[in-house]
Design a binder for this molecule. Sequence first.
Ligand SMILES: [Zn+2]
Length: 416
Amino acid sequence: MSSDSQLPTPAHIQADSMLARRFGRETVNYFSSSPLNRLSFLRSDHAFLSAALKHPSTRFVLMKDLAPLTKTPAEPYYAKYDEVRKLVPDTIYDKSEEDIIKEYDSRKTTAAPIFLGLDETQKQDSLTWKIYTGTPYFALDVTPRGSEEQQINSKAVISEVEAKGLTFLQGRTIMSFPAGEGAIYAQARALIDWNTRNSFCGTCGHPTISVNSGTKRACPPSDAALLAQGKPAERPSCNTRTTISNLSFPRTDPTIIVAVVSTDAKRVLLGRAKRFPPNFYSTLAGFIEPAESVEDAVRREVWEEAGVTLSRVVIHSTQPWPYPANLMIGAIAQVSDPAHETINLEHDPELEDARWFDFAEVEEALKTGTSPLGSAPGAAYKEGALRLPPTTAIANQLIRAAIGMDFNPAENGPKM
Ligand SMILES: [Zn+2]
């Protein structure tokens, strides 16, 4: 039903299987289905990382204050190693991770490249490591930070790329790249942001260092800088060094987002926040709380925000959302009794409005009224009509699925 060049098209979604026949085709959302093979088991292999870092095919996603370097708003720019060499010395992986932690000196800071993976579709002149061949991708934060030397080098890298006419693209949520590039950008943004926010240990409060190619952070047991102050190099003991959870891992915060269908399966419940433009509605969403199932979180959020009581909740598809580190778990849910459909916005005043929309009106809005929050809908849109999020938002896919779903399985066999 949907067609949009911005949606990923991984080969597996076309493949036939008994599971696909029983449950329908998998929905893949924007920011998912990255072309990169992450090869997570190579993140601590410094011989591999050293070869990948310097390989002529290698591409670097650069970000300054989380703004990605671009040629145009629809085209990211990938730097070569030569363009970041000032900030990332070619000796960076010469020592083992163990020795780097042992020799930690808080006065010496370095930019930490994050290995994102290999693009195995780009094999020409690419890197071969054991049985893996492809173009390596790294993310690199070029925001001036750390030691004075690191800041000077960061500024030099920034001014050199800007002198080429490239731009660090500003924006609250960037969703303008083609699908594959969008997924690479999402991974880079989430990891750079997490590293920036976790430069101090959550347990003992001392500085941490990036290890495992930017995907973990360690709390070193000693700091050579303390020796220089005439103190013992040992830092205070920290629980993160004594147990199996001796490292800090990137977090992903699960969020629910749901298209709610009425008892008669003829209307869908949508809401709007105050910041939305006029006539713009979307699906309801919220954070999953500790010790809560996805299904319970869906029922709680919809009751809290709209006063509507749900029965069955079905998980539909998911979307990584790197603003800053969410996983949107998309669901379709239904009310089982018309008495439970009454809208009440007074429990939690998060929504400015919530309303039941007929499928026909929603279908029309999907054709003519979709756009990102900050943009206008297309020329076919009639002023005053319902507006909805674009196909790159999971909300759009959920609404599409909800109104296109066959709610009469007794006649046609189950679809979900
Ligand atoms: Zn610590």
